[in-house]
Design a protein around this ligand. Structure first.
Ligand SMILES: Cc1cc2nc3c(=O)[nH]c(=O)nc-3n(C[C@H](O)[C@H](O)[C@H](O)COP(=O)(O)O)c2cc1C
Length: 211
């Protein structure tokens, strides 16, 4: 099976945010999508090991904010590569709260949805939240960032036709097929020891795919 084929599915990049018993937290996800239009429903899939997922499960509601192309890589690192168990991710970022008291970032996000969880489906490694869209709003006119844009921007490119060609010639990247962490260490991926594990979700080297 060519798992890299899955990277041709188009995704956006989002921040899932929630607040439970005074603890607010959020993390980066790419697995949010609209499921039905009337009434508006969305599905959101998250790793069980994400602190945000455990808070959403208890709270029963969340925000999804849509990153724009203006979103800096530092924000994606702060919300997607460390856990709110160990820090207050909102410390240096302006945010608002929705009617459920769940936080969402305001700067560089282009839209926000306020979701109420209707059903939670256990997918072994992940939880799938089926949600009603209770509210939604535009935050700016900036274009949404896709996951493909993120990969180009992360490797130092800018998003545009000429840069896409340049990125196509760039050396292979290794991406975790479980949580989408992109290896960016100094040691070439091929030379990492066999017991190397993904720093985000803990799966082994064999779960990385060259893209
Ligand atoms: C680009 C990118 C995409 C990600 N996509 C997802 C995703 O779709 N689902 C998920 O559960 N985690 C995803 N993650 C990983 C979480 O954001 C990460 O594990 C985060 O540290 C969890 O923080 P928390 O423990 O505070 O919830 C992604 C991370 C990055 C950088």
């Amino acid at each position: 099976m060519e798992l890299s084929a899955l990277f041709k599915l188009s995704y956006g990049l989002f921040i899932a945010g929630t607040e439970f018993e005074g603890k607010k937290n959020a993390c980066v996800i790419n697995t949010a999508a609209q499921a039905t239009a009337e009434p508006a429903r969305m599905i959101v899939t998250m790793l069980k090991s994400d602190y945000t997922a455990s808070l959403i499960e208890k709270k029963g509601s969340l925000t999804i904010s849509v990153m724009s192309l203006k979103t800096p890589m530092t924000l994606i690192q702060d919300f997607g590569m460390r856990s709110g168990r160990d820090c207050d991710k909102f410390e240096n970022y302006p945010f608002c709260t929705d009617a459920f008291g769940n936080p969402y970032l305001t700067d560089t996000m282009t839209a926000v949805m306020s979701l109420r969880v209707e059903n939670t489906i256990d997918l072994e490694t992940h939880l799938l939240f089926v949600c009603m869209v209770e509210d939604a709003g535009n935050l700016s006119d900036e274009k949404p960032m896709t996951y493909a844009d993120y990969r180009i921007l992360k490797s130092g490119g800018s998003v545009g036709e000429s840069v896409k060609e340049e990125a196509a010639e760039a050396p292979k990247k290794y991406v975790c097929t479980v949580c989408h962490y992109e290896y960016d260490g100094d040691v070439p991926f091929e030379e990492l020891p066999d017991d190397y594990v993904c720093p985000i979700c803990g799966v082994g080297k064999d779960m990385f795919e060259a893209v």
